[in-house]
Design a protein around this ligand. Structure first.
Ligand code: GLU
Length: 418
């Protein structure tokens, strides 16, 4: 059904739950503006290359458009629109005064040099500058974009408008007006929500096991926080494969090796040669990337890509909590099956909303010329995520629906109220 199809499916369910009119449904599913451009940049080797670029401004009923920009070969109008729509929902779920937007460039950034990526970032801002601005549309990092790219984009924007405007973009480096705590915000937010859910379920973290798919920024930080709170992490996966341990994965050691050598596998293997003796002694095994989804654990954390849990593998999922740190990791068909099995799926629009929440804090700090402490940011994030979880969980309980349906229904009603 495609990414935008998933969004429509979720909004339809919310609309039915709330008894919305056809007009409201259409309004919720139609982007305000789809901006497109072809970005041409000079290449280091001479010549130029051109890449399709998008900025979709979905809805600004609750405040300026807000959402990241991804550099990914699969970025297209359908995907960027779906992600923009989800941003509107996400901001409404956590109650921050932003609407939803998303940007994308269809490019494989791994094939570009740093200079070329900077050129691309500047070209993006030049193409869309008249539609951006602190009170209009505020971008941020997303897949394969980072604080350095945000700084370059800000620089280009300030050149165009001729004055400082740090609040036009978030996720900046600290010395360019970034916020402390933005780097760990997505995982921090997810773990605050998980803790609130565990408290509701009267579960003790130290008796639980988890598996984490994805060892990027959010996945690595989530694994770290899970082990810190006493959850035993039994499996971790990156795009190359799954590392499983009979006892528990030494998260810190594994992440340090991933950081220096580039893959989780390097903890036991040099290229294709693995130290079988050490693996046996430590009860470790190494298998395919999807094995992490089948791990016999209590909590499964998909923190990588979309469409990981589908109709063909959902029955292999053993966890009874799924914490969606990635956007859209469970397809609607798989979601229905998990719901029937009473698996608690914490939806992406709640679980990963910590990132945009701290982006909002960054925007507030820029506007006020302030710099909050890490502890202050963390405390405000905890409050926001716990309140959002409470609202969603109470709605789900009262109406007898899933956390996803409750989150969408609450968000939709907040968007329409304005
Ligand atoms: N790209 C992140 C997301 O999908 C953050 C967006 C933002 O901070 O505006 O939520």
């Amino acid at each position: 059904m495609g990414a935008f199809g998933y969004f429509k499916h979720n909004v339809e369910k919310a609309a039915t739950l709330l008894g919305l009119t056809e007009e409201d449904r259409t309004k919720l599913m139609t982007p305000d503006r789809v901006l497109k451009a072809e970005l041409t940049i000079p290449l280091d080797a001479g010549g130029t290359a051109t890449f399709p670029a998008y900025r979709v401004q979905f809805n600004n009923a609750r405040g300026p458009y807000k959402g990241g920009i991804r550099f990914h070969p699969d970025a297209d109008e359908d995907e960027v629109s779906a992600l923009a729509a989800m941003m509107a929902i996400k901001c409404a779920v956590v109650g921050i005064p932003f609407g939803g937007a998303k940007g994308g460039v269809a490019v494989d950034p791994k094939k570009l040099s740093r200079t070329e990526i900077h050129e691309l970032s500047r070209a993006y801002v030049r193409a869309f500058a008249e539609h951006l601005g602190p009170d209009v549309d505020v971008p941020a990092p997303d897949v394969y974009t980072n604080p350095e790219i945000m700084a370059v984009m800000l620089d280009e924007y300030e050149k165009i408008v001729g004055h400082a405007a740090p609040a036009m973009i978030t996720g900046k480096p600290l010395d360019k007006g970034g916020s402390l705590g933005r780097d760990t915000a997505t995982a921090d937010g997810a773990i605050f929500v998980l803790n609130a859910l565990l408290a509701d379920q009267h579960k003790d973290a130290s008796k639980l096991t988890a598996a984490v798919q994805g060892a990027g920024n959010a996945g690595a930080q989530a694994a770290h926080l899970l082990s810190e709170m006493g959850v035993s992490v039994k499996a971790m996966a990156d795009s190359g494969g799954t590392l499983t341990c009979a006892t528990y994965v030494d998260v810190e050691k594994t992440l340090a090796i991933k950081e220096s050598k580039g893959s989780l596998k390097s903890i036991y293997c040099e290229g294709s040669v693995c130290d079988a003796e050490k693996m046996t002694a430590e009860g470790a095994s190494y298998s395919d990337a999807e094995a992490v989804l089948r791990a016999p654990v209590d909590i499964l954390v998909p923190a990588a890509l979309e469409e990981q849990i589908r109709i063909d593998n959902v029955n292999d999922v053993k966890a009874d909590i799924v914490l969606e740190i990635a956007n859209g990791p469970v397809t609607p068909e798989a979601d229905d099956i998990l719901a029937k099995r009473m698996v608690a799926v914490v939806p992406d629009v709640l679980a990963n909303a910590g990132g945009v929440t701290v982006s909002y804090f960054e925007w507030l700090q820029n506007k006020a010329g302030e710099q909050w402490t890490r502890a202050d940011v963390r405390e405000r994030l905890a409050d926001t995520m716990q309140d959002a979880y409470r609202d969603v969980a109470d709605f789900a309980l009262t109406k007898g629906v899933t956390l996803r349906d409750a989150a969408y229904a609450l968000a939709v009603s907040r968007i329409l109220e304005k």
